[in-house]
Design a protein around this ligand. Structure first.
Ligand SMILES: NC(=O)c1ccc[n+]([C@@H]2O[C@H](COP(=O)([O-])OP(=O)(O)OC[C@H]3O[C@@H](n4cnc5c(N)ncnc54)[C@H](OP(=O)(O)O)[C@@H]3O)[C@@H](O)[C@H]2O)c1
Length: 221
């Protein structure tokens, strides 16, 4: 079975992705920051959980060293934060670190493992709130700018990685009932994760660099 790596697998959308892929027999590598969460994830059949705080270079170094030599068919960068609603320097910088710099540096570090696999795919869970064209309501300047920035980074990455045979997709999960999405969100994690899995399945070198939602609708940049 193929191998998938999903960051932030302990709760929310990441947890649902972990459970769905594991249930279908994939070899699932996932990450969490809390030891109790790691132990809990390791109890799921087909799942191996590692500690990783994506915001720290030394954590990324250790995590990548811990991985076996096995190829990674699909890398999903799911871990993310919402940050402050109004711009505040330190929290905004942390948001850029977690939502933009970490997914992109992780992709760089995992590129060879993905290139060595059969499926050769990468996905980042971004947000429609990163769409400049779609922004009709303003607000959430830090979060919006972080997701716009990760889209810009991953659009380049999708072009740059084509030579290695790697395709990439930027995914809007929908407005999802999680700690981040809140109880009034429109869809549950199961709907979001199964939709995003379909979009990952459809990702290829021919359509690499798409920005789509969980239902397959293209999102304007
Ligand atoms: N929910 C929505 O409506 C919605 C909409 C659009 C986009 N998204 C995106 O979807 C992704 C998942 O969101 P969610 O709703 O599932 O959020 P969530 O329930 O708040 O979960 C966030 C996940 O990210 C992890 N994380 C945060 N900071 C981290 C760090 N520094 N290092 C490692 N892991 C870290 C969390 O781990 P801890 O438990 O250790 O904090 C947790 O596993 C995010 O990228 C988010 O921006 C969500």
């Amino acid at each position: 079975m193929p191998t998938i790596l999903i960051t932030g697998g302990n709760r929310g959308i990441g947890r649902e992705l972990v459970e769905q892929y594991a249930k279908d027999g994939w070899n699932v590598i996932t990450t969490a920051r809390d030891q109790t969460d790691i132990a809990d994830l390791n109890r799921i059949e087909n799942v191996r959980a590692h500690r990783l705080d994506v915001a720290e270079d030394n954590e990324i170094d250790r995590f990548v060293d811990e991985l076996d030599d096995e190829p990674i068919d699909v890398f999903i960068n799911n871990a993310g934060i919402y940050g402050p609603r109004t711009p505040k320097r330190d929290e905004w910088l942390e948001l850029m670190n977690v939502n933009v710099i970490a997914p992109t540096l992780l992709a760089e570090r995992l590129k060879d493992k993905v290139a060595a696999s059969e499926q050769k795919k990468m996905a980042v869970v971004t947000s429609k709130m990163g769409s400049i064209a779609d922004n009709g309501s303003g607000g959430s300047i830090p979060y919006r700018s972080s997701k716009a920035a990760v889209n810009a980074a991953w659009k380049s990455l999708a072009l740059d990685y084509k030579d290695e045979g790697i395709s990439a997709v930027m995914l809007h999960p929908g407005w999802v009932q999680t700690e981040m999405g809140g109880p009034n969100a429109l869809i549950d994690t199961e709907t979001s994760a199964s939709g995003m899995r379909e979009q990952i399945e459809e990702t290829s070198l021919d359509n690499s660099g798409r920005f789509v939602d969980y239902a397959g609708n293209d999102i304007p940049w």
